[in-house]
Design a protein around this ligand. Structure first.
Ligand SMILES: N[C@@H](CCC(=O)N[C@@H](CS)C(=O)NCC(=O)O)C(=O)O
Length: 219
């Protein structure tokens, strides 16, 4: 089956799918578009107007969580826990993580009030995940699972923001999440899931949005 992921370089949802494709060693191509000015061919095939989209031969699969389930279904390796209860819990947390990804936008673009509200909401959600995360390397122990691919793009952006500011989003208070973040950001599949220099693009994006976060940037 020929797989082509339609992505946008800064999209954390698309990055989730790319990390899993990398981890499961599934041959694929990535085509990047500018989601702010999408080409007509994308508009013609996209059911929702959003990336990521996975073209599997002539079929279109959309929604990052569904794309990652599909990737897992066609893989020889199962990247979900085998126990059905654990698998259901993982899926529920993946859905929750998807809502965290949505908090990143107002953190980057919002004025001080919006930034503070989004940060509070982000940290409330991280507190909930910390309460169920063990000190294991990944979410389900030593083996990488789909849920790890879902949260890694969030950790990458939090780490960039902390690097670019005086730790504006420090997660040091969350011991297990901090270690999980370090473990995920250290693996090759995460590192190669973004184009080179994307951290600089992210910095410029923060600057260009002129939100509260841009006033916290340090050189
Ligand atoms: N629920 C979707 C969210 C995807 C999403 O928000 N994608 C953004 C880019 S990161 C997008 O395409 N935005 C354009 C739009 O909403 O029109 C998923 O998980 O795939």
């Amino acid at each position: 089956m020929k797989l082509e992921l339609i992505s946008f370089k800064l999209c954390p949802f698309a990055q989730h799918a790319i990390i899993l494709l990398n981890k499961l060693n599934i041959e694929h191509e990535v085509t990047y578009i500018n989601i702010m000015d999408p080409p007509q061919w994308f508009k013609d095939i996209s059911p929702t107007g959003q990336v990521p989209l996975l073209k599997a031969d002539d079929e279109i699969i959309f929604e990052s969580a569904v794309i990652s389930e599909f990737i897992n279904d066609i893989s020889d390796i199962d990247a979900h826990p085998t126990d059905n209860v654990q698998k259901a819990k993982n899926r529920a947390w993946i859905q929750f993580i998807s809502s965290i990804t949505g908090e990143l936008m107002p953190i980057v673009t919002g004025d001080e009030d919006k930034f503070n509200k989004a940060k509070e909401s982000l940290f409330n959600k991280l507190t909930r995940i910390e309460s169920v995360k063990s000190d294991d390397k990944f979410f389900n122990g030593n083996d990488f699972s789909i849920i790890d691919a879902a949260i890694a793009p969030i950790f990458m952006r939090i780490a960039w923001i902390n690097e670019f500011t005086n730790n504006a989003l420090s997660i040091a208070e969350f011991k297990n999440l901090s270690a999980w973040s370090e473990n995920l950001l250290a693996i090759e599949e995460t590192k190669t899931s973004v184009v080179e220099g994307l951290d600089d693009v992210y910095y410029s994006n923060i600057e260009g949005r002129e939100g509260h976060l841009s006033t916290l940037l340090v050189d």
